[in-house]
Write a protein that binds this ligand. Structure first.
Ligand code: SF4
Ligand code: SF4
Length: 448
């Protein structure tokens, strides 16, 4: 039996391909000459644009105000002039208003020595306000506004603060490289969170194919006065899915339709913890992030520190372009990411990777009929029946699919990965969930 913990149901073992992303150094990407900064980079209400064409903008200036409780502000990643405000397509296919800023003028922060600030005298409200005003949203891909996760409802305690560094999607190396370079800063971020949440236990969870990063974190913990369990988890996809990592580390189960807080858990991605550190110690908003540029079609794959609003096209050039025409370009990981068609798509707060995949990597194959082999059921970590749910959604029986657990599906793609008939199950479930939400909204409206 493996000595590493894991979740009990389903899961798959795709090749991790992390060594194909080059060395472990994080390099600074060149500044964009034009940054395209969307107002919708987080789950919830898009930020409200507060600048106009022709305005001069400072580095890190707020250009979009938070538009509600589940929302965060958007800051400019570069100084310059607003040259256009337009609607653009984001990587997941939805549209957003975006501010186009042409680079110009002085940087307030970049290239200058920064004075660290003490956060220890701040009270809980001040810490939450700071995290919210710095525009921090979950950087593991979900982009849920972080301050919302950190406000404990009346009567609820945080038993566990769980830091998710599983990074279980193949190819992606951003988190593991960040840990190698910034483990002390991550510890400081954890101290801030400890003061805020007073968790009974802090767990830092990472998979056993990233042992150098796990050691860096264990060493940083040993040198600090912070009590953190560095938990090494078995490599199994989707180990990093929130419900799975909770189950793997604590044995607790998040009830269907509920949030982790219901069972005393706060789960944060490791890069988000680093951003909290930068926000509290340097007053720095979320204007840049780490992005993995990889895949067999890229000449020189890299892990880059990228200003929000930089286009995918520019990052491909930073990696010396292509060796061959990719058959698929993906924003995020190959399992849960979104295929994109426009290289002028900008990097946002949720862009963990950009993959340029060859025909061999994509294993493109003709779709055939379901042969009722049951492999998808075995692979599903949520214990669902993907084959049956797919039949229901394709027949527009969305509420019947809901009864089978459609809303518990986390789009992990494990079922589609093992399907010998190459049925696009995840696309079917994403469509089904969108339809279901529309039906629910309509019913809610009719009942008012
Ligand atoms: S995509 Fe949904 S149905 Fe398929 S394995 Fe993942 S959770 Fe199960
Ligand atoms: S894995 Fe594919 S072919 Fe097999 S039962 Fe599921 S949907 Fe059908």
């Amino acid at each position: 039996m493996s000595k590493f913990k894991t979740f009990p149901k389903g899961g798959i073992h795709p090749p991790d391909n992390i060594s194909s992303t080059g060395d472990t150094a994080i390099r600074n990407a060149s500044l964009p000459t034009k940054a395209v900064i969307p107002m919708s980079q987080h789950i919830g209400a898009p930020a409200k644009c507060i600048v106009n064409v022709g305005d001069t903008i400072e580095e890190e200036q707020i250009i979009g105000e938070s538009a509600g409780y589940v929302s965060v502000p958007v800051h400019s990643s570069i100084p310059g002039k607003v040259v256009e405000i337009k609607d653009i397509y984001l990587s997941h296919g939805k549209t957003s208003q975006a501010v186009v800023i042409e680079l110009g003028g002085e940087f307030k922060r970049m290239g200058k020595t920064q004075q660290a600030k003490s956060w220890s005298s701040l009270n809980d409200d001040e810490i939450i306000k700071k995290i919210s005003s710095m525009g921090i949203a979950g950087q593991g891909g979900a982009t849920f506004p972080t301050h919302v996760k950190l406000i404990l409802p009346e009567g609820k305690d945080c038993d566990y603060l769980l830091i998710n560094a599983a990074e279980c999607e193949p190819y992606l190396t951003s988190d593991q490289n960040l840990i190698l370079e910034k483990s002390e800063e991550i510890i400081e971020g954890l101290k801030i969170l400890k003061k805020l949440l007073t968790p009974k236990k802090i767990i830092f969870a990472i998979e056993n194919n990233k042992m150098a990063s796990a050691k860096a974190m264990s060493d940083a913990v040993a040198e600090s006065d912070l009590d953190v369990d560095v938990e090494i988890l078995k490599v199994k996809y989707p180990q990093g899915a929130e419900k799975n990592i909770i189950k793997s580390c604590t044995g607790r189960e998040v009830p269907s339709g509920k949030l982790p807080l219901e069972i005393g858990m706060v789960v944060l991605n490791v890069e988000t913890v680093f951003s909290i550190y930068e926000a509290l110690v340097f007053d720095k908003p979320l204007v840049e992030r780490i992005v993995t540029i990889s895949g067999g079609a890229v000449k020189s794959p890299k892990t880059l520190r990228v200003k929000i609003g930089t286009t995918y096209r520019q990052l491909l050039e930073e990696c010396d372009g292509l060796t061959e025409e990719p058959v698929k370009v993906i924003s995020g990981g190959p399992m849960m990411g979104f295929g994109i068609f426009d290289l002028d798509t900008p990097v946002t707060k949720g862009t963990s990777g950009i993959l340029f995949l060859t025909k061999k990597e994509v294993k493109a194959a003709q779709q055939t009929s379901c042969i009722a082999c049951g492999r998808c059921i075995k692979a599903c970590p949520m214990g669902l029946n993907p084959s049956e749910m797919n039949k229901l959604t394709l027949n527009f029986l969305f509420e019947e699919a809901q009864d089978m657990g459609l809303l518990d599906c986390m789009d992990c793609g494990s079922c589609a990965f093992v399907c010998p008939a190459h049925i696009p199950l995840v696309q079917s479930f994403r469509m089904g969930k969108n339809q279901l939400r529309a039906i629910m909204m309509e019913k809610k409206g009719a009942n008012r």
